[in-house]
Design a protein around this ligand. Structure first.
Ligand SMILES: Cc1cc2nc3c(=O)[nH]c(=O)nc-3n(C[C@H](O)[C@H](O)[C@H](O)COP(=O)(O)OP(=O)(O)OC[C@H]3O[C@@H](n4cnc5c(N)ncnc54)[C@H](O)[C@@H]3O)c2cc1C
Length: 451
């Protein structure tokens, strides 16, 4: 059958394309199809949709040690890949810091960045006003000398154009001269399982696959539920928008975020695709869509969420968390026209760059995206980070932040599942040679995530 494949990938973002690359480069699987309803890398992975941070775990104050080690090891795969590919504008080294403003945050930073932490990241150092002035002067200019500030700073940050990275993965995969087919601008609308095969239906055709991976954001949970999987999961779509100003910083300035919260506090970022601007965000708004500003996705969102008793109880439980309440409330205010911009400037932007005025910042209309935050209905709580759901010959990836940074680690997981299921070979030695310095690193990459 012409339309028959060993593996079908639905979704051409950074997760789906890294999987395409991994399967083509490190396995003997030959027939692979990737279905993408837009172009490659135009969803959350697009440079305008996300914050472009290569998350390593050093300035993310909401991560615990386990998450830090996992994120650091996973993100190194991207560094290795981009060093090999050497494509312009894919990745850029920049300085980065997490800034503490006010007594509580200053104490938080001093406590967190102790000797033990710095031994994990030797490039990090704690710096005070005088040094901050040297490395990122606009943080100090216009700030009251009475305001306490401190930062944990490193020269070794990276910004990544994850949309371009997706395109690069596809180019690398196509070089392997296997039977790789791309169906772009074609939407998967249904899936069913018959006689051990999956049949993925689009508006144009039906494709038969032995193994399927949905790397389609929140849509993954919608399709999983259609097939009877994911009953213990629900989701919240968390939109993130940005403001921007003329370029006023050199790298990345993160803020202190409390542990256990799945999103970072508003930060300021140099932009890899537009050197003239600095971006501020993302905001945190719960919306009833699976895709940014796509109102037509509401029906599928409700199906993915599943409005049952456990979901409602989970939502109540999550909304009772005082820290989440605070974030939701202030972000609601930020979404009010004009007044919202004023508060965003005062409460967020000016904490980082005090001298900016109301007319200096603009809403970033072209940007923003949705983070599919998955809810564990049994535990009645949000899961931090990427969730994958495994069925018989099928996987569903739902990847909020730092999903893009760990895309190759996710791809490795699906690659191992696919080769195991299809009785094919994963070229572990070739993978190790390209990506790992030690067997320990490989173990971290392949350890099962606990949520
Ligand atoms: C505001 C914001 C800031 C973020 N910042 C960072 C950051 O700084 N660093 C980081 O590592 N991560 C960040 N993330 C997370 C990161 O963007 C995602 O983890 C990552 O892009 C997810 O990749 P993906 O391939 O799963 O999703 P996408 O890139 O969204 O790809 C999914 C693809 O599936 C396609 N699709 C959906 N349904 C179908 C269908 N039925 N048929 C065919 N195709 C379909 C879509 O068109 C889309 O192209 C951020 C996310 C947001 C929203």
């Amino acid at each position: 059958m012409e339309n028959e494949y060993d593996v079908i990938i639905v979704g051409g973002g950074v997760i789906g394309t890294s999987l395409l690359y991994m399967l083509s480069e490190f396995t003997d699987i030959k027939n692979i199809l990737l279905i993408e309803k837009r172009k490659i890398g135009e969803g959350s992975s697009d440079s305008q949709s996300n914050s472009q941070t290569l998350h390593v775990g050093d300035i993310e104050t909401n991560y615990n040690t386990e998450k830090i080690i996992e994120t650091r090891t996973a993100s190194h795969l991207i560094l290795k890949y981009t060093q090999k590919i050497k494509k312009d504008n894919l990745i850029k080294q920049v300085q980065k810091m997490v800034l503490g403003v006010g007594n509580e945050e200053v104490e938080n930073i001093i406590k967190r960045y102790d000797e033990k932490f710095i031994s994990l990241f030797p490039s990090i150092k704690v710096i005070k006003s005088k040094e901050i002035l040297k490395v990122e002067p606009n943080i100090i200019k216009g700030r009251s000398p009475n305001e306490e500030i401190i930062a944990a700073y490193s020269k070794e940050g990276h910004i990544v154009n994850f949309g371009l990275l997706s395109t690069s993965f596809v180019e690398s995969a196509l070089k392997n001269k296997k039977n790789i087919k791309l169906r772009l601008k074609e939407e998967a609308i249904d899936i069913e399982r018959k006689n051990g095969f999956y049949f993925v239906r689009t508006e144009k055709s039906t494709y038969k696959g032995k193994f399927v991976v949905f790397a389609a954001g929140g849509y993954g949970l919608y399709f999983a539920k259609k097939l009877g999987y994911g009953k213990d999961l629900s989701m919240l779509s968390v939109a993130g928008n940005f403001y921007y100003s003329r370029n006023v910083i050199k790298g990345k300035v993160y803020r202190v975020q409390k542990g256990g919260i799945p999103f970072a506090a508003v930060h300021a970022d140099a932009d890899i695709a537009n050197k003239k601007i600095t971006r501020y965000g993302p905001t945190v708004n719960i919306v009833p869509f699976l895709e940014h500003t796509n109102v037509m996705s509401t029906y599928k969102y409700i199906k993915a969420m599943g409005l049952d008793k456990e979901t409602v109880e989970s939502l109540i439980n999550i909304s009772e968390d005082k820290d989440i309440q605070k974030i939701v409330e202030k972000n609601f205010i930020y979404s009010i026209p004009d007044l919202g911009k004023y508060y965003f400037l005062k409460e967020e932007v000016n904490k980082i760059i005090p001298s900016l005025k109301y007319n200096d910042i603009k809403f970033y209309k072209e940007g923003g995206g949705i983070r599919p935050q998955i809810i564990d209905k049994k535990m009645r709580r949000l899961i931090l980070g990427v969730v994958d759901l495994r069925g018989e010959g099928i996987e569903f990836s739902m990847a909020p932040s730092p999903g893009a940074s760990s895309c190759l680690k996710e791809a490795l997981k699906y690659t191992r599942s696919a080769t195991e299921y299809l009785d094919k070979t994963f070229y572990k030695e070739k993978f190790m040679k390209m990506f790992c310095n030690s067997e320990d690193e490989y173990k971290i990459l392949t350890s099962v995530q606990k949520h």
